[in-house]
Each structure stands twice: as structure tokens, then as C-alpha cells.
Design a protein around this ligand. Structure first.
Ligand code: IMP
Length: 189
């Protein structure tokens, strides 16, 4: 019992709560759905949703269920952070294998956070070049505009935040905290 108690005491402080996330994911899904339903060439075909691992895995899972449109789910893995809170700017691309049946479709990239914008910028360009999509949109749970180095903005985002390192709801620090059901701020003390 005492171990459980001390574990709980060490949990990061809540920055964006579970219920705030839930409600924003639902309204965001409505915005995204409205966009697709307003497209003349959207014939209720599957939207190709490409989640960016690992950080966006929980957001992607919640978003596709809230979207209530047919989707084909794919994942890519791109990592630019090691165990630190600042990107070294080097994109590590261990797995960017996507199937050929996503050529010329409506594609939605799902990110956890757009920080410098390097990851999203690279991925958007790559997908545009390789798959000639009917539409290509970027949805991100979080956006940190003050850190932007690449000119890119998410088409849809959940929350705009200041330059703070956040964890939980899929986001990690050194592979920890992804399982938290809320977003917290890393206490580096
Ligand atoms: P960017 O390429 O600099 O935009 O960063 C993209 C990736 O860095 C994100 O997909 C995250 O995985 C990671 N990242 C950036 N900021 C944070 C943060 O505050 N917490 C956790 N991961 C972050």
C-alpha cells in the first residue's frame, strides 16, 4: 500500500485533464468530419489515417472512434527525441513503410504534437510526393507555435500550448508516462 501511495504522489501535475481531452477530441472530430463531408470528391470512401508513432497512438485511437467515418488506419514511426526534452533535429526514420493502396486518397496525418514542425513538415512532403493524395491534412493534439522552425501549421489541433514539455496521453519522456490518461507537465526538479 505504501508503495502505491508514493507512486501516486509522484505523478506529474495535471496540465490538461482527462475530461478536457475527451471533450476536445470530440469537437475536433466534428471539425474534421465536417471538412471531409464538405469535399465534393468525398464519397464516403475510407479516409487514410496515418498515426505517427509512438506519441500519437492514443490520440489516433480516440480520434478515429470519435470521427464516425470509415477509415483505413496506418502507422509510421518517426523519432526525433532521444531521452531529452529538446529535439536534436535529427529525424530517425526506422519504419516508413506504407501500402500502395493509399495512392490518390484522402489522407489525414495524426501527430501528438507539432513542436519545431520538422517531423510533420518532412512527413507531409514525403506523403505528397509518394502518394499524390486527393487531400492531405494534418491533425495534431497539441501545437507549440513558439518553437516552430519549419513553416507548417496543423490543419486541425486540439490545444495550443506554451513552450512546456508535456507528457502523458501517449507522449513520453524517455519512454515513460505514455500511459497517463491526462496531459501533465514534466517536473524536472
Ligand atoms: P517536431 O519535429 O520538433 O515538431 O517534434 C515532433 C515530436 O517531438 C513529437 O511528435 C513528439 O514525439 C516530440 N515532442 C515534442 N514536444 C514534446 C513534448 O512536449 N512532450 C513529448 N514529446 C514531445
Amino acid at each position: 500500500m505504501s508503495n502505491l501511495y508514493s507512486l501516486k504522489a509522484q505523478l506529474p501535475a495535471v496540465f490538461i485533464s482527462k475530461s478536457q481531452i475527451e471533450s476536445r477530441v470530440n469537437t475536433l472530430a466534428e471539425e474534421i468530419k465536417d471538412f471531409y463531408l464538405s469535399q465534393d470528391d468525398f464519397d464516403n470512401e475510407s479516409i487514410i489515417v496515418i498515426g505517427v508513432l509512438k506519441g500519437a497512438f492514443i490520440f489516433t485511437a480516440d480520434l478515429i472512434r470519435a470521427l464516425k467515418l470509415p477509415t483505413q488506419l496506418e502507422f509510421v514511426r518517426i523519432a526525433s527525441y532521444g531521452d531529452s526534452t529538446k529535439s536534436d533535429g535529427i529525424l530517425n526514420i526506422p519504419d516508413l513503410v506504407l501500402p500502395n493502396n493509399i495512392i490518390n486518397k484522402h489522407i489525414l496525418i495524426v501527430e501528438d504534437i507539432v513542436d519545431t514542425g520538422k517531423t510533420a513538415g518532412f512527413l507531409k512532403q514525403y506523403i505528397q510526393d509518394q502518394f499524390n493524395p486527393k487531400s492531405l491534412k494534418l491533425a495534431s493534439l497539441l501545437s507549440k507555435p513558439s518553437r516552430r522552425e519549419v513553416e507548417i501549421e496543423p490543419d486541425f489541433y486540439g490545444f495550443e500550448i506554451e513552450d512546456k514539455f508535456v507528457i502523458g496521453y501517449g507522449l513520453d519522456f524517455g519512454e515513460r508516462y505514455r500511459e497517463l490518461d491526462y496531459l501533465g507537465i514534466l517536473n524536472e526538479s
